[in-house]
Design a protein around this ligand. Structure first.
Ligand code: ADP
Ligand code: MG
Length: 265
């Protein structure tokens, strides 16, 4: 894809699946880093109290002065106040830690409780080309905030038989948010993760996915490899840690495929 003449306004994408361990965080980090390599200015938002995105980028989640939780609960704290620059040029992080686990309860009594993240992102949307929100594995108020703040949803799905079961519920939630809160919300695409080409099982699940969701399924598939857990420990994207690995190439290909689907690149 061609370089950009200038940055912004960003496309905001939620990385969402209420099941844990399907590759949401891994995809957020590595797709983000791959987009940054292509000259896109990228903001990653850790929206899971587990803080795996934060840790995965080498930031100490327990040693944060302020995090996304402060942005949600104190309207005078902006995203700019809490963001961290990563070792990857053009890649910024809004960190999170376990403090965020209280936000869901604290927000319930707020007026406009579903729009709090959207309002915060609005203030920085012109500074970035892409914002990726790493959602927690639930469809609660935090995830509804992420969906309300987003232009689209990307669904990472592991290539396992039971993976398809949860998608209906997720699509239902997306439809509800579209009807009530965010009429322009789209499905960006479905990303098959943990793919193992040696098993007929993986190939069958992928075929079922394409049958059910057609063109929404990205042609790029993420293969299962131990390199990903290794990068988590290293606190770096795979594009930095194992720059020439198949896993790094897969996320670069995903970044190119995604950009090529956008009318404006
Ligand atoms: P989620 O955010 O959906 O809970 P993660 O991205 O944290 O999922 O992935 C869960 C675990 O699986 C992590 O240990 C991660 O390193 C590992 N993992 C992610 N993608 C892959 C892959 N393609 N192959 C092998 N392991 C992976
Ligand atoms: Mg995660």
């Amino acid at each position: 894809p061609p370089p950009l003449a200038s940055h912004g306004p960003a496309k905001v994408i939620s990385m969402c699946n209420q099941k844990g361990g399907v590759g949401k965080t891994t995809s957020t980090i590595n797709l983000g880093a791959a987009l940054a390599e292509l000259g896109r200015k990228v903001l990653l938002v850790d929206f899971d109290p587990q803080g795996a995105l934060t840790v995965g980028l080498g930031v100490d989640a327990y040693d944060l002065d302020r995090s996304v939780n402060d942005v949600l609960l104190d309207r005078s704290v902006t995203i700019e106040d809490v963001l961290v620059k990563t070792n990857v040029p053009l890649l910024h992080l809004v960190p999170a830690n376990i403090d965020l686990s209280g936000a869901e309860v604290a927000l319930v009594t707020e007026v406009g409780r579903e729009q709090v993240l959207a309002n915060a992102i609005d203030e920085v949307v012109d500074d970035y080309d892409v914002v990726l929100i790493d959602c927690q594995p639930s469809l609660g108020l935090l995830t509804v905030n992420a969906l309300t703040a987003s232009d689209s949803v990307m669904i990472p799905l592991e290539c396992e038989y039971f993976a398809l079961r949860g998608v209906a519920l997720l699509v239902e939630t997306v439809t509800k948010v579209r009807d009530r809160l965010n009429p322009d919300l789209e499905i960006e695409g479905i990303l098959a993760t943990m793919y193992d080409a040696r098993t007929t099982h993986s190939r069958e699940v992928l075929a079922r996915l394409v049958e059910a969701f057609g063109e929404k399924v990205f042609q790029t598939v993420i293969t299962r490899t131990v390199r990903f857990p290794e990068t988590t420990v290293a606190g770096e994207p795979i594009t930095s840690y194992a720059s020439t690995s198949a896993g790094a190439e897969a996320y670069r290909q995903l970044a190119r495929e995604m950009i090529s689907r956008w009318p404006t690149g």
